[in-house]
Design a protein around this ligand. Structure first.
Ligand code: NAP
Length: 255
């Protein structure tokens, strides 16, 4: 997938909030849905200039409209080459946020070698290829936020592969925080968050499954995309935070 669409829609909403994000260029890979869309909305509201990256032009356009305007670029985690030319057409970037991903859960017994390769490609090769492609265009005062997940610490029977890849992200941000300094590198680790990802995951049992999960959490509710977006906003604006994994899971690691 080599096509790159760079397009502005409407102007971003008037800056209202955090001076550290106002006027900054924030790229959100996975910004068409769920957590990424909430991050894009949050930073746009803070006055940032937003670039959205996703696989589908129509979904990108809808997301850009929803947040009041954003650049839109096509890119696929399974096609690292799609990111090589992406940055040529863009202004320098202050913050790179990568939330893109799916959640394929299978036992090891069910997984073919191709499934394993695909998981590593989506969760590690893809995001790291984007970071690598962005390196010459990231401002030294900027930061990177990658996405881990509760599975890294709270295992489930079908989650070994996904758990391994998200745990790797947590180890990677600590090393990259040294390698890429002064650019700051952090990860956010969401617990269960009500997004379209969970629709496909739970199907008809979603309402019941989420109610059960919520009742078990110290917060008494599962996450909303905005909960994670606020945490990402903190990582972006917090100039003294690097090599950190911020867990936003309603206490999910504790129960
Ligand atoms: N929701 C949760 O409970 C939860 C918990 C822990 C971790 N997470 C992680 O948080 C991240 C965001 O999840 P979400 O719940 O917000 O999911 P979501 O609503 O399904 O959104 C997923 C986003 O990822 C993009 N994406 C998926 N595959 C891609 C690919 N191959 N290349 C480029 N973009 C791709 C999608 O864009 P297009 O489809 O438009 O291309 C979409 O913007 C994921 O990495 C997920 O594993 C979620």
């Amino acid at each position: 997938m080599n096509e790159t669409i760079v397009r502005h829609t409407a102007a971003a909403p008037e800056a209202t909030g955090h001076a550290l994000l106002a006027g900054r260029h924030v790229m959100v890979v996975g910004g068409t849905s769920g957590i990424g869309l909430a991050v894009a909305r949050h930073v746009a509201h803070e006055g940032a200039e937003v670039t959205l990256v996703g696989r589908d032009a129509e979904r990108l356009r809808r997301a850009a409209d929803e947040i009041g305007g954003a650049r839109q670029c096509i890119g696929d985690l399974h096609d690292s080459a799609s990111f090589t030319a992406l940055f040529d057409a863009l202004p320098d970037i202050d913050h790179l946020v990568i939330t893109a991903g799916t959640a394929s859960l299978k036992t090891l017994r069910e997984s073919t070698p191709d499934d394993l390769r695909r998981a590593v490609e989506e969760r590690l090769v893809g995001p790291l290829s984007i970071v690598r492609a962005a390196l010459d265009r990231l401002r030294p005062t900027g930061s990177i936020v990658l996405t881990s997940g509760l599975l890294a610490e709270r295992p489930i029977r079908t989650g070994a592969i996904l758990a391994g890849t998200v745990a790797a992200i947590e180890a990677i941000v600590r090393s990259l925080a040294l390698e890429l300094a002064p650019i700051r590198v952090n990860a956010v680790s969401p617990g269960l968050v009500d997004t379209p990802l969970l629709d496909s995951f739970f199907g008809d049992t979603k309402t019941e499954a989420l109610a059960t999960a919520a009742a078990a959490l110290p917060t008494g509710r599962i996450g909303r995309p905005d909960d994670i977006a606020q945490a990402v906003g903190l990582l972006l604006a917090g100039g003294f935070i690097t090599g950190e994994v911020l867990h936003v899971d309603g206490g999910g690691r504790l129960v």
